[in-house]
Design a protein around this ligand. Structure first.
Ligand SMILES: Cc1cc2nc3c(=O)[nH]c(=O)nc-3n(C[C@H](O)[C@H](O)[C@H](O)COP(=O)(O)OP(=O)(O)OC[C@H]3O[C@@H](n4cnc5c(N)ncnc54)[C@H](O)[C@@H]3O)c2cc1C
Length: 416
């Protein structure tokens, strides 16, 4: 075993948004910081998030934004109160990156990419003398309480090093998209220290649906626009969102499905089955649909009639056919109700590897107000590895930045 001679006093493990934010805060307070990451380069998931447009936060009122964190709202509130979406935007602007608010209230960097932001941020961190060590995979603690890492060089040769540190911040992410570095293996190291961790499960994920061969061949990849999606939570309260979904060969995914994924996943865990309810025409009342469908169909096929009278798209008509019995099509009352209340059953969710984020993680009861583990003084935690989840819409990154900042401030206070 090789003992590193220059021992960094403060170690951050995980160079995603949470870890880098902790590094910035600690370095700003005048401390020397070393950041370690398992991957050959930093911020890989952050960069991937930028490929789809990089929705970095949301401009809605603060209280509404906080409500997006479901059961973890009160756990996260102190940190997001201290670093609001407005503060986050100002921080981005100070890096020289402009942002704008999209029509839905979502906030994006002007260039819709993460790379320029990450580049400017890394430049700033290096100018603050933050040292970044890539290809260092954390393996837990050795018997002497030192952090151990597998260090791999560019020729793929590796050795094990141990690092003695006064304080460390763990910002190791969740377990989705493990090829980008966050693979959830850290759960084992913390459970060995008796830290309570809710199992990491997929969030913002797709759901399997047993489509017919015909339907999936014709419609996989097809968006279903302007619909209302609803489902029940575990207390039987209905949650609805006006959004969109996407037919996939495996089932259904897309923004609206992701937004309800927490409730759908809970239904599957508790009852073995989830029911997603879709209103195919949220802008039409039952009466309006019924009256339009009561008109003379003349020689039109029912599909043609639905298209002409209700402006239903081919995918919506096919979905209706796929999910209803034949008798529904000959009964105007039943057909009207079904258009407003189409039920899709799923018995399983997609694997965590495919999900945008993960739910589960370190229980907040294990942490003090500064996000330090009560059982491991000097070890702080931040980001997606904490037990919270949120829909897409910039809420994930908002909480990662805010908790990264809070952990950094916690370290500074601890050292003082
Ligand atoms: C396709 C996709 C699109 C997304 N789009 C958005 C979006 O538009 N808006 C939004 O808010 N969020 C989005 N997200 C989610 C967001 O990117 C994450 O929530 C966020 O990156 C989590 O930040 P983090 O710092 O907690 O963890 P991560 O970004 O996952 O970083 C953790 C770091 O820890 C390192 N690490 C893990 N284990 C070890 C170890 N044992 N040793 C050393 N290093 C380790 C990893 O290599 C990684 O660099 C998206 C995610 C995906 C997958």
């Amino acid at each position: 075993m090789l003992n590193q001679s220059s021992i960094p006093s403060i170690t951050i493990i995980g160079a995603g948004p949470a870890g880098l934010m902790a590094a910035e805060v600690i370095a700003s307070a005048g401390f020397s910081v070393s950041v370690f990451d398992a991957m050959p380069s930093v911020g890989r998931k952050f960069l991937l998030a930028g490929v789809g447009g990089m929705n970095i936060t949301h401009s809605e009122p603060h209280a509404q934004l906080l409500s997006r964190y479901f059961n973890a709202e009160s756990d996260l509130q102190p940190y997001i109160d201290q670093f609001t979406s407005k503060d986050l935007r100002e921080w981005i602007h100070r890096l020289g990156v402009e942002t704008f608010v999209g029509t839905s209230g979502r906030v994006f960097p002007k260039e819709m990419k993460a790379a320029p932001l990450l580049r400017a941020w890394l430049y700033k961190l290096r100018s603050m003398d933050v040292k970044i060590f890539t290809r260092h995979e954390w393996q837990g603690w050795n018997e002497s309480g030192e952090l151990t890492f597998i260090r791999t060089n560019t020729d793929k040769q590796s050795d094990i090093i141990s690092i003695k540190t006064d304080v460390c911040v763990l910002a190791l992410g969740g377990a989705s998209w493990p090829q980008l570095g966050s693979n959830g293996v850290w759960v084992n190291y913390l459970q060995e220290k008796n830290i309570s961790i809710a199992p990491l499960v997929p969030s913002n994920c797709g759901f399997n649906v047993n489509w017919s061969e015909k339907f999936k061949t014709e419609f996989a990849g097809e968006p279903i626009n302007t619909i209302q999606l609803s489902c029940l939570d575990s207390q039987s309260a209905m949650h609805s969102i006006r959004s969109e979904a996407m037919v996939a060969a495996f089932g259904i995914e897309g923004t609206g499905v992701y937004a309800l994924s927490s409730f759908l996943r809970q239904q599957i865990i508790q009852q073995g089955k989830a029911e997603l309810i879709i209103d195919l025409l949220p802008d039409y009342s039952l009466e309006k649909i019924k009256s339009l469908l009561s008109k003379d169909r003349q020689k039109n096929s029912m599909s043609n009639f639905l298209r002409k009278q209700l402006n239903l798209s081919p995918v919506k008509i096919a979905l209706l056919r796929e999910l209803t019995e034949k008798n529904v099509w000959s009964d105007i009352n039943l057909l009207t109700k079904t258009i407003k209340n189409l039920k899709i059953n799923s018995f399983s969710y997609r694997p965590i590897e495919e999900a945008i984020s993960s739910a589960g993680g370190i229980d907040f009861d294990e942490l003090d107000v500064h996000l330090m583990l009560k059982k491991l003084p000097g070890v702080f935690c931040a980001g997606e590895m904490l037990n919270w989840e949120a829909p897409t819409g910039g809420y994930l990154l908002t909480a990662c930045f805010a908790t990264g900042r809070a952990a950094g401030l916690g370290v500074v206070e601890y050292l003082r």
